[in-house]
Write a protein that binds this ligand. Structure first.
Ligand code: BES
Ligand code: MN
Ligand code: ZN
Length: 518
């Protein structure tokens, strides 16, 4: 359909209606209370490989229950290994329904304990009406920060995208609640507030990726970014006309095959010193990638609704940073388009002039993400002179060939930024692996007819894509994260049972927290 043809009245694309409040999935109910007696529901305790809970918990449940754990463990061949668990139903001598025993493993496991994952494990096991979790662990120090991470993990574990199911998920956020018993509830509550913003940011990113593409076109996506104004984020939306004026013809070339116009959303959180140059995050937001005229095969094409995961991550991150009032000046910018075949669609052979003035020959209309990012990256460095730019994009299938779904590909012109991202990846479990850039790859994108071409074939496919992006960053410290493998359909973990992972929100929140807040 060409843009001149209007959509039949009453059948506007994306015209499924939601209330504002419906946009955000419910949170799972978590309370904090001081250590003490537990009367009803489930009780969760932790043991090492010696099958013993901490001294305080042993005193609380009494010697009989401690003995019962050892006996049940023998019967169940439960050895207290990390990530293992057993539950004892109506345990004699205790008033609770179930005693859930979670293993912490040996010394090494405990030293490297990931509290977010642990929280996920707990929320997966404690699926009754109410579960009290005795957060006093043998051989592990539990700081208020650790408790907040456990609560975050529990929340993410209970995430469920069932908006379009008439029968709701029975282990979702509405199923029961958790009571975390801790030594200092007041201190924990304060820190948890900030983690709650992060949790909502991850949930927001997941929701955006899970939403069907008929509901979430570029315009609707931009409206979700606009909703961040209620957190104090300044949001500007560029429509086709504004982009034409700026000369963003690479982005517009992709958008022109769709009846739904493109958008760029610019989000600004100014929590740092006035006048300090911002840090910036840029996201690929292809709301649906059919491949365009170089159309993709049918099998699995529905997954290409998730080709906006980079943009979703940036929106989720801005939500997290604004919610916790991060002391940093941050720009988020996302390029939103739909890549469709159409009589008006861009063709292989077309040459587009980017906002930077450089020209690109289109070899393959399915290599569209780099075209979108070329203009948004240029725009951000030109307008904001940022300290750095980090872009996230479900950019290439080749990154899945190289790194499976375990690591995101990291490409950077700046070693310090690359090292910081790698460290944040280790700390959060959202890991990145550095991949090469360089003149060899840059040479591969030379074109017979234009300054460069948008596809150089299969060899080094992720690096040649990154090489094109690099031509639009103008010496600003920059990192590109290829998240085609990690953002969606990745293997289930204790904190992610769904299709979209919300990958990158925790990673980048951590990066900002560790290095860029005054
Ligand atoms: N959105 C895809 C990449 C992708 C693949 C994301 C699998 C998530 C899962 C991207 O736009 C694309 O189509 N890339 C092509 C580039 C090629 C035509 C040079 C690819 O990777 O095949
Ligand atoms: Mn594509
Ligand atoms: Zn794509």
């Amino acid at each position: 359909m060409s843009p001149g043809v209007s959509v039949a009245a009453g059948l506007k694309t994306g015209d499924v209606h939601h209330n504002k409040e419906d946009f955000m999935a419910d949170s799972f109910k978590i309370d904090f209370q001081p250590h003490g007696a537990v009367e009803t529901g489930d009780l969760v305790v932790f043991v090492g490989e010696d099958l013993k809970p901490s001294d305080a918990v042993a005193r609380q449940i009494g010697p009989e229950a401690v003995d019962l754990i050892a006996k049940a463990a023998a019967a169940e061949t439960f050895k207290g290994k990390a990530k293992s668990s057993m539950s004892i139903v109506v345990p004699a001598g205790l008033s609770v329904d179930r005693l859930i025993v979670i293993g912490l493993g040996g010394e090494k496991d405990r030293a490297g304990l990931d509290f977010v994952q642990l929280g996920g494990l707990v929320a997966g096991k404690a699926n009754g009406k109410v579960a009290t979790v005795a957060l006093d662990l043998p051989g592990v120090e539990i700081t208020p920060d650790a408790v907040a991470d456990i609560a975050l993990g529990a929340q993410l574990r209970r995430y469920s995208f069932d908006r379009y199911k008439t029968k709701k998920d029975d282990n979702g956020p509405d199923a029961g609640r958790l009571v975390l018993s801790v030594s200092d509830p007041a201190a924990v509550k304060k820190i948890y507030k900030a983690r709650e913003g992060l949790q909502q940011g991850v949930v927001l990113a997941r929701d955006l990726v899970n939403e069907p593409p008929n509901v979430l076109g570029p315009e609707e996506f931009a409206a979700r970014a606009q909703a961040l104004t209620k957190l104090g984020v300044e949001v500007e939306i560029l429509d086709d006309k504004a982009m034409r004026k700026l000369g963003m013809q690479a982005l517009l070339g992709v958008a022109q095959g769709s009846v739904r116009g493109g958008r760029v959303a610019i989000m600004r959180w100014n929590g740092g010193k006035p006048g300090d140059s911002p840090i910036s995050f840029i996201g690929k937001g292809v709301v649906f990638d059919s491949g365009g005229i170089s159309i993709k095969p049918g099998a699995g094409m529905e997954d290409m609704k998730g080709d906006m995961a980079g943009a979703a991550c940036v929106v989720g991150l801005m939500h997290a940073l604004a919610s916790r009032k991060a002391k940093a000046n941050v720009v988020g910018a996302i390029g939103l388009v739909e890549n469709m075949p159409d009589g008006n669609a861009q063709r292989p052979g077309d040459i587009v002039t980017t906002m930077s003035g450089q020209t690109i020959e289109i070899i393959n209309t399915d290599a569209e993400g780099r075209l979108v990012l070329a203009d948004v990256l240029w725009y951000v460095q030109d307008r904001f002179k940022p300290k750095f730019m980090i872009d996230l994009a479900t950019l290439t299938g080749a990154i899945l060939v190289a790194l499976a779904q375990e690591y995101a590909g990291l490409f950077s012109n700046d070693d310090e930024l690359a090292e910081r991202l790698t460290a944040a990846g280790k700390a959060t479990g959202e890991r990145v692996w550095r991949m090469p850039l360089g003149p060899e790859f840059d040479k591969m994108i030379e074109s017979k007819f234009a300054d460069m071409k948008n596809s150089a074939g299969r060899f080094g496919g992720s690096s040649t894509a990154a090489a094109l992006l690099q031509r639009f960053v103008n010496d600003v410290p920059w990192a590109h994260l290829d998240i085609a493998g990690t953002a969606m359909g990745s293997p289930a973990t204790e904190i992610n049972k769904g299709w979209s992972s919300g990958w990158g929100v925790r990673l980048l929140d951590r990066l900002v927290r560790d290095h860029y807040e005054a």
